[in-house]
Design a protein around this ligand. Structure first.
Ligand code: AMP
Length: 327
């Protein structure tokens, strides 16, 4: 199916169901929250007779200003509902323990589709955000699909955060045209950017600590390890601690940067980021996955952490030896 045919199929499927449940991935980012809430708003305003719920097992501190989820419902409700899963590559990452009871699953995603699930899938892995897909959906059916300032703000928040304020690969003319269409609904970008990008004083201190103590390998892989003691010292949530990946993104010549964060269960979360170099194959080697320049994985201990750092160093050495023009 081409882009228009799949959007038509998505619309037809939504029309079929009186009850719709929307879920997104665990440990949500702005794109996951924005997609779920933005899509919920579109369906509510376009089809006022339908019951639309956004259900998630976990919450997001950072994006709670966009809105929160609805109460969990019974198996019986799931059986007669369409479950729309947004921004979630694999079914084990769906933040909804009841997902398996859904009458039908529609997957809308912009991740590489390694482990397909769902009865209907709309996947475009070249898109800069999942919200970009939903903005495309919204603008493709004028007069049928509707939103308002709030709904547009949710989608815009997802587009802006997942594209790194329109800086990451995947940002194209369509991205900006669709973002422009959302702004036309009256998004207050001053307030939105303040909600998204202001940090507390204590968090700036944590940032300073990471910049002070981070490491760099011979070929230029920057890495930091935020252990439990550091998390305690700065009074961080896991989500806040995980933000450290972005602190290392602007080091010239350091095309790969890795953040290791202690998980409460004793494992170590890995966030892999890069420019020019592809890192998802490296993440795959450690049981993770993700995008070419933004992937994730989990390692068991410090020995595995060191092995991953060594692999990243070799990958970057090889890249630098065989490519020109990187920065
Ligand atoms: P994160 O560092 O958690 O923001 O993840 C970056 C990207 O990698 C996201 O698009 C995630 O969907 C993906 N990702 C993170 N962790 C995993 C994992 N363990 N397995 C597969 N994909 C992952």
């Amino acid at each position: 199916m081409n882009n228009m045919q799949i959007k038509q199929a998505v619309l037809d499927l939504i029309r079929e169901y009186d009850s719709i449940i929307i879920s997104r991935h665990i440990r949500p980012d702005g794109d996951a929250c924005g997609s779920a809430l933005g899509l919920k708003r579109i369906i509510e305003l376009s089809f006022p007779d339908k019951t639309v719920r956004y259900i998630a097992d976990d919450e997001s501190e950072l994006y709670s200003f966009l809105g929160s989820g609805d109460q969990q419902v019974s198996e019986e409700v799931y059986r007669r509902s369409l479950l729309i899963v947004v921004d979630t590559a694999t079914d084990d990452r769906i933040s909804n323990s009841m997902a398996r009871f859904a009458g039908k699953i529609l997957k809308i995603d912009h991740h590489i589709d390694n482990e397909p699930y769902g009865d209907l899938c709309w996947i475009e892995d070249g898109r800069s955000s999942n919200c970009e897909l939903l903005a495309d959906f919204l603008t493709s059916f004028p007069g049928v699909l509707k939103t308002d300032t709030y709904g547009a703000t949710c989608l815009y928040a997802g587009m802006v955060t997942d594209s790194g304020r329109f800086m990451f690969e995947g940002t194209c003319g369509d991205t900006l045209r669709l973002a422009g269409a959302l702004l036309d609904y009256g998004v207050d970008i001053q307030t939105l950017y303040a909600q998204l990008y202001m940090d507390d004083y204590a968090f700036h201190k944590f940032k300073a600590h990471v910049l002070q103590t981070m490491n760099i390998t011979p070929s230029g892989v920057a890495w930091t390890y935020v252990d439990n003691d550091t998390i305690k010292q700065f009074g961080l949530s896991l989500k806040q601690a995980s933000e450290c990946a972005s602190f290392m993104e602007k080091i010239r010549g350091s095309l790969i940067w890795l953040a290791f964060i202690d998980n409460p269960d004793g494992t170590i979360r890995v966030r892999l980021r890069s420019r020019f170099v592809t890192v998802n194959s490296l993440a795959n080697k450690y049981g993770g996955g993700g995008h070419a320049n933004a992937s994730g994985a989990t390692v068991a201990d410090r020995a595995q952490m060191q092995a991953l750092i060594d692999d990243a160093d070799a990958l970057l050495a090889d890249y630098k030896a065989n490519h020109r023009g990187w920065l």
